[in-house]
Design a protein around this ligand. Structure first.
Ligand SMILES: [Ca+2]
Ligand SMILES: [Ca+2]
Ligand SMILES: [Zn+2]
Length: 345
């Protein structure tokens, strides 16, 4: 026992032990949706005081993505001209303001603060770091140079089953256009950090198959997950990351599991997530602290997301929120996406 813990914390620690035993036993009786009972208080408020949102005091803007996260992954096509700018207090900044940018491959050209970097012709990963001198700060961009989808042989990309994207985008919407390329992922790439609290491996499709695998993860989804995670921690629910039950899905896998054709998962901006820290047992934690793990925990996470929609920053990440109950295959979870329009279910 750590001596400086308060009596309340000690009690809570004891509860955690009890809870982990209970949570390991799935209940076969009672309410169908309740998968486990726990002894409250299940989650100790403020356990993860060390949670750091890892945001810089300036922003990077590229296209419709504006972010202050100190790390974010962005997919680009081979040879694509990637344009971005540095912004602080709503103004574009450049070298005169003490900013500089370096790239692991190639050079970042600075045209009066309009920064341009040309992606290599070979798929893989590259990194751009933007530094500010005083006060010292930086943002790292992980550029994921994708493999063009026109290199598919039948329904496969380098032997990996991708399947068919819908022939026409839903209602002609740009967000439902077939992606131009997918990120090639080897086993070594799984631990690549795509944002402060998420790794590439968390978004790999759950389908069978050997490496390399292919996926897509969009920066807006990462921004949304990071903001929700920050808010969850601020509410006293300890979560170093989310358990991503399902991130990217190939159209092939999406069809196999019987999901709707136009699922946001195949477009790389949806994730089915839950908090799984206390205990980390592959099942949602009792985040609403009512002593049971059920759909109400998903619903509670949804209310936290709802509260964020009032923020102008979060409004740019608008999309779907779906609350799911447990079944034989999985515990309760929350679906989030950034489809561009509001959707709730
Ligand atoms: Ca858990
Ligand atoms: Ca609960
Ligand atoms: Zn989903």
């Amino acid at each position: 026992m750590i001596p400086h813990l308060s009596r309340r914390s000690r009690r809570a620690q004891g509860a955690l032990v009890v809870a982990s035993i209970c949570a390991a036993t799935l209940l076969g009786t009672g309410t169908k949706d309740v998968i486990a009972t726990v002894t409250p208080p299940f989650v100790t408020p403020g356990v993860l005081e060390s949670f750091d949102p890892d945001r810089a005091s300036f922003e990077i803007r590229s296209g419709d993505v504006t972010t202050s996260l100190r790390r974010i992954a962005i997919p680009v096509m081979p040879g694509e001209k990637f344009e971005f700018e540095v912004r602080e207090s709503g103004q574009r900044r450049d070298a005169k303001n003490g900013y500089r940018a370096t790239a692991s491959e190639g050079v970042v050209k600075d045209d009066l603060g309009r920064l341009v970097w040309t992606a290599p012709s070979k798929p893989g990963f590259a990194e751009i770091t933007v530094y500010r001198n005083a006060p010292a700060d930086s943002i790292s961009l992980l550029l994921m140079i994708t493999v063009p989808l026109d290199r598919m042989k039948g329904t496969k990309l380098e032997g990996y089953e991708v399947g068919h994207y819908p022939d026409t985008p839903l209602r002609g919407l740009a967000s439902y256009q077939t992606p131009k390329g997918l990120v090639r992922v080897t086993r070594e790439d799984l631990s690549r950090r795509v944002s402060p609290h998420f790794e590439l491996g968390q978004f790999v499709c759950k389908q069978e198959g050997t490496y390399p695998k292919f996926l897509l993860v969009r920066p807006k989804l990462l921004q949304k997950l990071e903001r929700i995670l920050e808010h969850v921690n601020a509410e006293g629910i300890p979560a170093p990351t989310f358990h991503v039950m399902s991130g990217y899905r190939t159209p092939h896998y999406n069809k196999v599991i019987g999901n709707v054709k136009y699922s946001r998962h195949v477009y790389g901006d949806a994730a089915d997530v839950f908090v799984d820290f206390a205990p980390a047992d592959g099942v949602m934690d009792d985040v609403n602290r009512d002593g049971v793990i059920d759909m109400e925990d998903s619903r509670y996470l949804a209310t936290l997301v709802e509260a964020l929609t009032k923020e102008s920053f979060f409004a740019r990440l608008i999309g779907g929120v779906g609350v799911y109950r447990a079944n034989q295959a999985h515990g309760p979870f929350l679906h989030v996406d950034t489809r561009g329009t509001r959707a709730r279910w």
